[in-house]
Design a protein around this ligand. Sequence first.
Ligand SMILES: [Fe+2]
Length: 375
Amino acid sequence: MQTTHVSSSILGNEIIKPVYSEHGTMLIKKGTVINNDVLSKLLSHNVDVVYVMNALKNNIKEEGILSEREMNKSVASIKKVFDDVMYQEKLGIKSVIPNENLKLVEEVLALLIETLEQADQILYTVVDLLQTDEYTYKHNVNVAILSILTARALAYKKEDIKHIALGALLHDIGKMKISPILINKPSSLTVEERIEVEKHAQFGYEITETVPQIPFLSKQIIRLHHEKLDGSGYPLGLKGIEIPEYVKIVTVCDMYDAMTTNRIYRSKMPIYKALEHLMTESVFKIDPKIYRILTSNICMFPPGSGVVLSDGRIGVVTQFRHASPSRPSVKVLNLQGQKNYLEVEDVNLELNRTLFIKDTWDIDLFNQISKNAMD
Ligand SMILES: [Fe+2]
């Protein structure tokens, strides 16, 4: 099973998990073979990703914390809340969050907290975000999930975790007051454009400032989530202990999620690279303790990911163990040209200490090549 981007390249594949609309009604049944009609339906409902049968990942269990349906519903609620702000901005009226939208946010919050309470500490995958239009909404839900896990591991009280999650869910709401052309710009921003985009933190604070149902702690997260320990952040350029710990949690989760996600201007980084990058790039900028907690809760090589071993052989991860995050079990493959492969052996890296993972490879790319070769 694999998730794959909805495009004409998935024609002929079998859907193996039902697809729901943004309102939670079923669009495509499990077992449906994708033909042109099915594809048009998926595209017209802006479905980004579907699960299809993939022989390479057969019998490998990929786990997500939220079901696809729960994730879609949560993202649809956040989209409604955010889009209403954008609409008010277009009309030139002061942005507010009406009570009915606060209720939607409250429902998403309750779902995330309840689901994560029952979940294992390890985060296998956060939903992969391919459609950049939807990026801001999904990113906010992902950051809320990561922040709940991190705050919980730091032994925060339930009430505080809820307020941190609320801040994370709304942290980029201020982006709705900034031109989408700038937010989705594929090339790098000019200095003026960057200054404009950076205003989103303060804008977000202004939108929520007068809402009594949103606690101060959550409003601080919205305002300060781009502050950095060395004072290089914005909007206030706060330093070190001037930044509350609950804000730093959301900052680290925000940076991590942004790095591991496909964006219009670059494709996503493998998780282990994003984590290395986050640490080296941010030595003086982010809190190392929070970074450590986040990394211990993320599966670096999720089952189903392609890896390259130190002896040059390639394989697919079959099992991840929390105790040895860099030493999963791997099904070693022998690629026969660009479209076939043989399974050579199963290697448990926890037992085989002469090998290690030196890189990752993109299974989806292999599937794309082999499909093209067969066409
Ligand atoms: Fe932001």
